[in-house]
Design a protein around this ligand. Sequence first.
Ligand code: SF4
Length: 57
Amino acid sequence: MAELKTKVPKDEALYQEEPRAGEKCEACIHFIPEQSACEIVAGQISPDGWSRYFEPA
Ligand code: SF4
């Protein structure tokens, strides 16, 4: 699956490599675990990461 060019850069998404207040990508509806990717944020995404677009799955 090709990565959309419209994804949000990590800095703009306030992406960080650590969970925040118990929230993390692994528990987010936008996480794509088989690709270590996110539907919204561009680049390699950690299951333990977090961004401002977090939504509980
Ligand atoms: S939206 Fe944010 S918290 Fe959710 S998977 Fe993507 S980077 Fe992680």
